[in-house]
Design a protein around this ligand. Structure first.
Ligand code: HEM
Ligand SMILES: *[C@@H]1O[C@H](CO)[C@@H](O)[C@H](O)[C@H]1NC(C)=O
Ligand SMILES: *[C@@H]1O[C@H](CO)[C@@H](O)[C@H](O)[C@H]1NC(C)=O
Ligand SMILES: *[C@@H]1O[C@H](CO)[C@@H](O)[C@H](O)[C@H]1NC(C)=O
Ligand SMILES: *[C@@H]1O[C@H](CO)[C@@H](O)[C@H](O)[C@H]1NC(C)=O
Length: 478
């Protein structure tokens, strides 16, 4: 059996077992689901096999979805990954589910994610509590809030790229290291090299891989290792928080800005609204790491890959960056105002997120009964919004498989481009992701040309879509 299919098998078995462990019963899909068209597949595994085999193919779950949409329409039920699920597609569904008006849906995490991230994570709150947390988190992630990390990112991008020529570079790995160092500096002023960074990285990897694991807290399982790594990460945060509180160290980072908010509340000066407990602090720092790392890594890697595959776009983008460089008076350093004025780069980023759709579906749970497209959805059902189809709708994106940033020359219809989602759960890390990508791409395009060592379009069977071969390249100076 290939490595590939064994990975899938492990995933399937994990999901099936987690399903059984969570005391659902195959024998009883919700009765009201009868009215929804679709097939629930084989007992226990449902349609997980075709789902997962499609998942890791170049088109992603699109084949799976497309076949069923042809048969059943834009709303259909299935049974995948241990859940009875209704898939929905189209702008109308997108609008209803993402604006979540009147709080009809909540985010739908897997059991493992809930356990690892903790109960006060942004991803586990809804309604007013969610709104409040978002407000606190949004501030340091705003364009203004990000300015102070610009030099760090810039230097790190330059140093990372210094190491590229003369060897095989796995872009995915480089992107992963780069983005993790950035978020480590931003959240807790972690040095980019050294023992602390290594520990942080090792723990983070264990935490990441525990998400799609068997939910058994027994020594030896990935889930157990993930929980342990999470505990070590929290211990590290505890000591940092302790030092900050006792005034032994002061850093202008994310943690600091959240602690300041916390203390205001504790003094009784700030309103109760601004109070964050230590648990909330830790849960949400971890949430930012988890939500922001793989996504940004993946987007940066796809972008570099799409550029190589589309030389006309690459040339046009390089012109934008070489012009920025040429117009610079003295010094060769990228500036803050330059990085915020890269119109074509912004379109290339959006087109990358459309074509790659790094989060192929958004998962929700109905908080109450509601109706969509004439179908009755019942409280408690799991609903997935199929973003891949929305991003490849030929009515909105003619010739949808073509990589063409000029699609974004004109505004896109609302709820058709969901690279960063939409509505109250729209990605709060959007500006950060764009900033990291723009800085990295600037230095890459001004310095190097590159070719890939292996043409392969398959993707890793992980929730965030990434090239399976990590996109190996060789780079040389222009
Ligand atoms: C290119 C990179 C990124 C992409 C494509 C991306 C995409 C998304 C999408 C589509 C959602 C909405 C999911 C849904 O509605 O179910 C989301 C939510 C979220 N993102 Fe990002 N993201 C990226 C980078 C980041 C970064 C850098 C951070 C943090 C530093 C971050 C933090 C979050 C958080 C915390 C949420 C949950 C928001 C909530 O539930 O209110 N993301 N992201
Ligand atoms: C996708 O799933 C369908 C069944 O739903 C299957 O016939 C098809 O071969 C799968 N495609 C890939 C690329 O795995
Ligand atoms: C983090 O980034 C800031 C802003 O560039 C920088 O001043 C600081 O030295 C960095 N911290 C560490 C520990 O590298
Ligand atoms: C550009 O800035 C980085 C730090 O952000 C610095 O290390 C480097 O020396 C600067 N390069 C030039 C040519 O000014
Ligand atoms: C890219 O997408 C974002 C998020 O949907 C949107 O706000 C922005 O205007 C788009 N940028 C361009 C240049 O199309």
């Amino acid at each position: 059996m290939s490595f590939f299919s064994s990975v899938m098998l492990v995933i399937i078995i994990s999901f099936v077992l987690s399903f059984l462990l969570l005391h659902y019963s195959w024998a009883s899909p919700p009765k009201e689901m009868d009215q929804i068209p679709g097939s629930l597949g084989w007992p226990i595994v449902g349609e997980s096999f075709s789902f997962l085999s499609n998942f890791s193919s170049p088109c992603g779950i699109y084949n799976f979805i497309y076949q069923r949409q042809q048969r059943y329409g834009k709303v259909f039920k299935t049974f995948v990954l241990g859940r009875f699920t209704v898939f929905m597609s189209g702008r109308e569904a997108s609008k209803i589910l993402l604006t979540g008006k009147d709080g009809i849906v909540r985010l739908n995490l897997f059991y493992t994610g809930k356990q690892v991230l903790g109960p006060t994570s942004l991803l586990q709150t809804s309604g007013d509590a969610h709104k409040r947390l978002r407000r606190l988190i949004a501030e340091p992630l705003s364009v203004d809030g990000l300015k102070k990390y610009f030099q760090f990112m810039n230097r790190l991008a330059i140093e990372t790229l210094d190491q590229w020529p003369g060897r095989t570079v796995f872009v995915l790995e480089e992107a992963s290291t780069f983005t993790l160092k950035v978020i480590g500096n931003m959240t807790m002023s972690l040095e980019p090299t050294g023992e602390e960074q290594q520990k942080f990285r090792a723990n983070f990897k264990l935490i990441s891989s525990s998400f799609a694991s068997l939910p058994l807290k027994i020594p030896g399982t990935a889930f157990y290792r993930g929980i342990k790594a999470r505990d070590r990460m929290y211990a590290m945060l505890n000591s940092i928080i302790y030092n900050r509180r006792s005034g032994n160290s002061f850093q202008q980072d994310f943690l600091e800005s959240l602690i300041v908010k916390h203390s205001k509340g504790a003094d009784g000066e700030g309103s109760e609204d601004n109070k964050l407990t230590d648990t909330q602090l830790k849960d949400n720092i971890l949430t930012l790491l988890v939500a922001g790392h793989d996504t940004t890594t993946s987007a940066l890697t796809w972008l570099i890959k799409f550029l190589e595959e589309n030389p006309a776009v690459l040339n046009k983008l390089r012109v934008e960056h070489l012009e920025i460089q040429a117009n610079r008076k003295g010094g060769t350093n990228l500036t803050w105002s330059e990085v915020n004025n890269m119109p074509y780069t912004a379109k290339v980023i959006n087109e990358t997120l459309r074509r790659a759709t790094v989060l192929p579906w958004f998962s929700r749970k109905a908080s109450e009964d509601f109706e969509i497209d004439g179908y009755k959805i019942k409280k408690g059902w799991s609903i997935n919004l199929d973003v891949v189809s929305i991003h490849h709708d030929p009515q909105v994106f003619p010739n949808p498989y073509k990589f063409d940033p000029s699609r974004f020359d004109a505004p896109i219809k609302p709820f058709s481009f969901l690279g960063f989602g939409s509505g109250p759960r729209m990605c709060p890390g959007m500006n950060l992701a764009k900033l990291e990508i723009s800085i990295f791409i600037h230095h890459l395009l001004c310095r190097y040309k590159w070719t890939t060592l292996e043409k392969d379009d398959s993707v890793l069977p992980t929730l965030v879509r990434m090239p399976r071969n990590k996109y190996p390249i060789v780079a040389e100076p222009l």
